[in-house]
Design a protein around this ligand. Sequence first.
Ligand code: OXD
Ligand code: MN
Length: 610
Amino acid sequence: MARFTLPKRHRLIETNRMTENRKLEVWVQETAAMCQPERVVWCDGSDHEYQLMLRLLVQAGTAIRLDGERRPNSIFVRSDPADVARVEEFIFICSRQQGDAGPTNHWRDPAEMKRTLTQLFSGAMKGRTLYVIPIAKVGVQVTDSPYVVASMHIMARVGAPVLEALGPDGEFVRGLHSVGAPLAEHAADSPWPCNTGTKYICHFPETREIWSFGSGYGGNALLGKKCHALRIASVQARDEGWLAEHMLILGITNPEGRKAYMAAAFPSACGKTNLAMMNPTLPGWRVETIGDDIAWMKFGADGRLHAINPEAGFFGVAPGTSMRSNPNALRTCRENSIFTNCAITPDGDVWWEEMTEAPPPELVDWLRRPWAPGNGRTAAHPNARFTTPARQCPVISPEWENPKGVPISAILFGGRRAGVVPLVNEALDWRHGTFLGSIMSSETTAAAAGAVGRLRFDPFAMLPFCGYHMGDYFAHWLRIGASADPAQLPRIYHVNWFRKDPDGRFLWPGYGDNSRVLKWIFERTEGTGKAVETPIGRLPAPGALDLSGLRIPDSSMAELLRVDVEGWMAELPAIKSHLARFEPRLPQGLREDLAALEQRLQKAAVAAGR
Ligand code: OXD
Ligand code: MN
């Protein structure tokens, strides 16, 4: 960063510096000199501080305090309508070599981008407070948004203990965030300050820095989440031999009390939170939550991959969350939560689509307009969110904060696919599982700005979150597999809850009934579940999937477990050109798996007389 001299009055207003870490102190001083905030506040992570943020947000008109009995200690926030989701087109990986960002990321030269950003950040915090948020595991975010401070209190372990852990010379990921809306003297602030014209979410993988400008929303602004725990951490993981993944982590216990842990990668807004907190419909089975979005996996002393959830809260998609789809999420966010871009009821509670069977008779929608059922508009924005502490989840696992993590027996990949991809498919081995992850595709959702429902390849659900070349990322997965005893590695599965019939109706009930699929996976990992070998992998043998108590037509089950050879053959050209994007860095192992898939499909087509 260019060296700035802090104007005298800024030195006076930094009242509570809390660190003995010289590098952190210098970075904060230089950042303050560049951004020129009114004052600098070091966050201690206390409840007092959290309450102060809520008061500031209410006073500024950003938030409304929800009814104290219906939603104790909770607020409701509406963002600027131009700042409602992750903005993938403005996310940049600024690696020294363009080639290291790969074909799926936008790249900018780091020196050039620093020049652009330095200009944008100069004076960007005028009239505002610069907050320093120490975030466990270990990063520090500087921000001028009290909404971000309050949200990070929920989403991470923040404050003084982090600084103690950092010590006088510990290293940390630097995250610099500004809403990009300096306040002129005496000017009135807007309820949701942001920069509607200019947004940059930039990552400098070699120097472990994040600079985010212009947005106050979700993954753009809560830098501990996507920017650090995925994009920067994926680079750290590559360098250090572990995995940073867009995965939920759950524990599942069978009726005899045996437990297994699974991690699952699904693209944004495809049901990770629902699966992580599921109430199984199968009697005697229990699911416990460790995380709903991010898994860091490292080999333990036992040679197995162990996963931790680096977060402390859930930033869940609200619409569609109901007592039917996810009662445990609703129970989690009954208090101490932040709700963004939902609708509000006359009695001071929040509402979103499908929360209750019938909508309330009147609401104010996320755009502050009166709303009534049947008026043709959704009341909540489709990417409306709840931000809520993980510890409040009724099915949180006793292991969720275990620093050693939980040993993973199975890894699931899944997306929204109306056709072709069956309900569940077991990879033949780790390499084949890596191949299945690399060719995952899904229909886009409202979690990112842009068209919804468009089919796109989203390898490992990491398309927007991988901080380096995806071809190298695939190679890293293969290296991880090659470095371990195959018997100790998790088995890998491809699942799809979203198959539809020709009339567009879902074939599979999903939600708690997904426990039937988890049961088969559990039994496979124990060596008891029966499978049949097919051209695409191993599918449940007839009768191996427990359908007891489920009324589902045989024809639907046949379709859900059908290997659609023609459909797969028709997808091969798209799969080939998708993988060709990563050449010459596509690992040889995946080239071989692609060729092997093609051969098996051709053989099956010949056998079927096509
Ligand atoms: C999220 C996302 O917020 O993936 O988790 O968009
Ligand atoms: Mn996510």
